[in-house]
Design a protein around this ligand. Structure first.
Ligand code: SIN
Length: 552
């Protein structure tokens, strides 16, 4: 028996919870999240949320900084919307109970790379957690929202999947629901809804080193792509310049706001270097800083560079960055007295599922918001702390359209009855789980080595050949064995990796986060445009029922 909701939200970060809280006034909501409710990238956001709050700042300056950092690929119309609507959305968060740091009666605004003004609202260095816990409290306080923790979306059920005559992603296509794996029971459940919002976050786990939580496995991108949604600009993957270099630290992020408060990057011998790369020095946009560190590390052969904040007063460090200070101390570094070893790590997916300014994708009834989507805000390089802003603004804007779609034409009972229950076919328990762990590791390594901060055609071609083989093996494994969370995540990171590789191979230029040694120039004539992928040939649009098909 299918579970039916008016709205289904996939993901429980700022984008998903904001939407859920707003649409629950109009209908029932189910939130599907593959881990515990709070376990999203939002929880780990340190720096903050960028918005025009200071007297000496203006929307125009925020727009300019965003567009400049985005290297010609930002959609300026949406940049304007996000910058203008940001303050109202932040006030709503404050009304819900979120507390941002104050200096006297004014916000204590931080600074990060690429910003010409102080405009980063923060709650010490745990801003994401402040927002997440505020939204979670609000969600728990309403009756109309049901939370499905430890449930993972497998695939969307669309009209095109039920009817071969409908072209996936065409104007006749519609999202009807999804199959979901319940991790606790290992059963697959069918969920149907009038509107689905995909807000499942990013894909940092595609790379060997990442600041992202373990949940960031590109699930939303892969689910949407397999259903025929349009995806853009996956080659622009942002590497955060400063993650703690320690074998056990799992790339713990050292917020850019540390540099905003005067932190200086230097080499082992104490020499500074950022002044050689950009006028803004250590506060240059992230693509520049990450590439500079990568270059300096390759030149010196050192394993890391260093971030020095020892000139700041110890109490100020402990007060402003309590979490970073404490975590570094746990790993043996007292940042008030010594330099911290840092390296870049994969941090943010700037490409994603294409949406309009109201969060609508090319599949009717399917909306998207947050890191998984591509609204045009970030262009070829995201301006620091613009991501929480995007999630808040877009999820708010999606509400009107989503509610009117829900009201105007509810999925007919007839249609719902046609949705088949999940059929596991003759899939058996895997006796070869090593395939999953081996392929997972191979993908992350090949992405780091061949599709990282500095790319070349040769490296990308190598990556392309390997990912193709891996995808074939993973697909076969997927069809033959009972699905598990690990199998689903592996299939999703493989597809996301392939989209990043394809995007990088296609874009024959260097721009923002995509830097190719064989195409060093920025080619505005041919490439000042988005790089769109869609699986119209039904390559991955596999039949989902019965699940087992014969593969020769
Ligand atoms: C940071 O605190 O450096 C991360 C902020 C962001 O990625 O926007």
């Amino acid at each position: 028996m299918a579970m039916q909701k008016d709205f289904i939200v996939i993901g429980s970060g700022v984008a998903g919870l904001t939407f859920a809280l707003k649409v629950c006034k109009f209908g029932s909501v189910g939130i599907i999240t593959k881990d515990a409710l709070e376990e999203s990238a939002t929880k780990y956001a340190q720096g903050g949320i960028a918005s025009v709050m200071a007297e000496d700042d203006s929307f125009e300056l925020h727009v300019q900084d965003t567009v400049e950092t985005g290297r010609g690929l930002c959609h300026e119309d949406f940049v304007r919307i996000a910058c203008r609507e940001g303050p109202a959305r932040i006030r709503e968060l404050i009304d819900l109970g979120a507390q941002f740091d104050l200096r006297g009666t004014e916000f204590d605004l931080g600074k990060e790379g690429g910003h010409s003004k102080r405009r980063i609202l923060h709650a010490h260095d745990l801003t994401g957690w402040e927002i997440e816990k505020t939204l979670i409290e609000a969600v728990h306080a309403v009756k109309n929202i049901e939370i499905f923790e430890h449930h993972m979306a497998i695939d969307l059920i669309t009209k095109a999947r039920l009817d071969d005559k409908i072209q996936p992603g065409s104007s006749d296509d519609e999202a009807l629901g999804l199959y979901v794996l319940n991790h606790k029971t290992s059963q697959v459940e069918t969920m149907v809804a009038d509107v689905i919002l995909l807000a499942s976050g990013g894909a940092g786990k595609v790379y060997l080193y990442t600041s992202n939580p373990d949940t960031a496995t590109g699930d939303g991108i892969a689910v949407a792509y397999r259903a025929g949604a349009k995806i853009a600009n996956m080659e622009f993957f942002q590497f955060h310049p400063t993650c703690l270099f320690h074998p056990k630290a799992k790339s713990f992020l050292i917020s850019e706001t540390v540099r905003g408060e005067g932190g200086i990057l230097c080499l082992e011998n104490g020499d500074t270097f950022m002044e050689n790369y950009h006028d803004l020095g250590c506060l240059a946009p992230r693509d520049v800083v990450a590439r500079a560190i990568d270059y300096e590390m390759k030149k010196s052969g050192d394993d890391c560079v260093y971030l020095d904040v020892t000139h700041l007063e110890g109490y100020r460090i402990r007060e402003r960055f309590p979490n970073i200070y404490k975590t570094c101390l746990e790993f043996g570094f007292d940042m008030s007295k010594e330099r911290i070893p840092v390296v870049p790590a994969a941090h943010y997916m700037c490409g994603g599922l294409i949406v309009d300014a109201n969060g609508q994708t090319n599949i009717k009834r399917l909306f998207s918001s947050g890191e998984v989507c591509f609204s045009g805000l970030h262009g070829a390089n995201r301006l620091a702390s613009n991501s929480l802003l995007e999630g808040l603004v877009l999820s708010h804007r999606a509400v009107d359209k989503a509610v009117s779609l829900f009201k105007e034409s509810k999925n007919s009972q007839n249609q719902l009855e046609q949705i088949p229950a999940w059929d596991p076919g003759s899939a058996v328990d895997s006796d070869e789980s090593v395939v999953v762990s081996h392929n997972w590791d191979e993908i992350r390594r090949l992405m780091w080595n061949y599709v990282g901060i500095v790319r070349s055609d040769k490296r990308l071609k190598r990556a392309e050949r390997r990912i193709q083989l891996l995808l074939e093996e993973i697909q076969e494994y997927y069809w033959n064995f009972k699905i598990t969370k690990d199998t689903l995540e592996l299939r999703n990171i493989a597809i996301t990796a392939q989209l990043i590789i394809q995007g990088a191979l296609t874009r024959k230029e260097s721009r923002g986060l995509h830097f190719n040694l064989d195409h060093l120039d920025t080619d505005d004539e041919n490439w000042k445009r988005d790089n769109v992928s869609q699986d119209t040939a039904r390559r991955l649009i596999t039949p989902i029922n019965p699940r087992i098909v014969t593969h020769e």
